[in-house]
Design a protein around this ligand. Structure first.
Ligand code: ADP
Ligand code: MG
Length: 289
């Protein structure tokens, strides 16, 4: 049978395999090459299985094409997600599903679920998580960060020590500009553990520069064990602390967590500590512990 001399559109019509090229082995090789060139790696790798499945489901050509494209799109999305998670540099994997809200009654689950929609990230708002050690601040930061990544936002996780250490070093070495730019490029910057360790005297100024740069453009999610009233002590400068808080809190959601450390709670359950009788005194080890 001779092929029609009138392709659909002369300019884009592909060269149909000639009689010689219908040799199956050659066709498979050509197709493989074309799929590689088009970067359709998932289709290429699963082609036999996908075609078999399409035949089993008796898909027509259009349906089969959609089925193949869906496999490629799913694979590309999976890759994007895993790359973005790697780039975000989360210290561990934590999810909202894995967060026991019953264990931390001071947190309003509806508030966290609302934050999980990431509308605040879209708007460039900030979130401040406050509370004592072990109450789930880092857990929530990672979980919310992962939600943001899965919604397509760029996320960068760092600790206050690492971030401010880097900026101080940048200032000393004349690379501050580069480092500020590096911490300004993601849509969401997560800064964990502000206030745990003493900061260098110029750290407050540098942090202010970063916050100003990100202000109303990218979001900051920051956690601290110190209430904001004590941030002048954290930064060692009342004026700088006020300027930082002014920008940080302008469009912000503050979540204050009160209550016991989840870690100690787990230990207490296992009998290592006796139940605390109240106040803020440290837990008492039991004889058996
Ligand atoms: P923080 O950052 O406030 O010091 P973390 O988020 O590091 O506390 O929590 C300490 C450990 O306890 C982590 O492994 C975390 O996943 C777990 N954790 C804390 N709160 C909860 C919770 N409500 N539900 C489940 N795990 C929790
Ligand atoms: Mg933490």
């Amino acid at each position: 049978m001779t092929r029609s001399k009138q392709p659909v559109t002369a300019a884009v019509a592909p060269a149909f395999p000639s009689a010689e090229a219908t040799d199956m082995a050659q066709l498979v090789e050509d197709l493989d090459g074309m799929l590689t060139r088009l970067r359709l790696g998932a289709i290429r790798e699963q082609l036999d299985a996908l075609l078999e499945e399409a035949a089993r489901r008796q898909l027509n050509l259009r349906e089969a094409l959609a089925w193949l494209c869906a496999a490629e799109v799913a694979s590309k999305e999976q890759r994007r997600l895993s790359m973005a998670m790697t780039i975000a540099h989360f210290p561990f994997v934590r999810t909202l599903e894995g967060f026991e809200f019953e264990a931390q009654p001071s947190i309003d689950p509806a508030k966290i679920r609302d934050l999980a929609t990431c509308r605040w990230v879209a708007n460039g708002d900030n979130v401040v998580l406050l509370g004592p050690p072990g109450v789930g601040k880092t857990h929530l930061e990672v979980a919310l960060g992962r939600e943001a990544v899965s919604r397509g936002y760029t996320v960068q996780f760092t600790t206050a020590m690492e971030l401010l250490g880097s900026l101080v070093k940048g200032q000393q070495q004349g690379t501050l500009e580069v480092r500020l730019a590096q911490y300004s490029k993601s849509k969401l910057l997560i800064v964990d553990e502000l206030g745990y360790l003493p900061l260098e005297p110029q750290a407050g100024h540098l942090f202010f520069q970063l916050i100003s740069r990100r202000y109303e453009q990218g979001s900051v999610l920051i956690s601290s064990n110190r209430p904001v009233e004590e941030w002048d002590e954290v930064f060692g400068d009342q004026v700088v602390a006020a300027a930082i808080l002014d920008r940080l809190l302008h469009h912000s959601h503050v979540v204050t967590i009160r209550g016991d450390s989840y870690r100690l709670r787990e230990k207490r359950r296992s009998g290592l500590f006796r139940q605390q009788t109240g106040g803020t005194s440290p837990p008492v080890p039991t004889k058996e512990g």
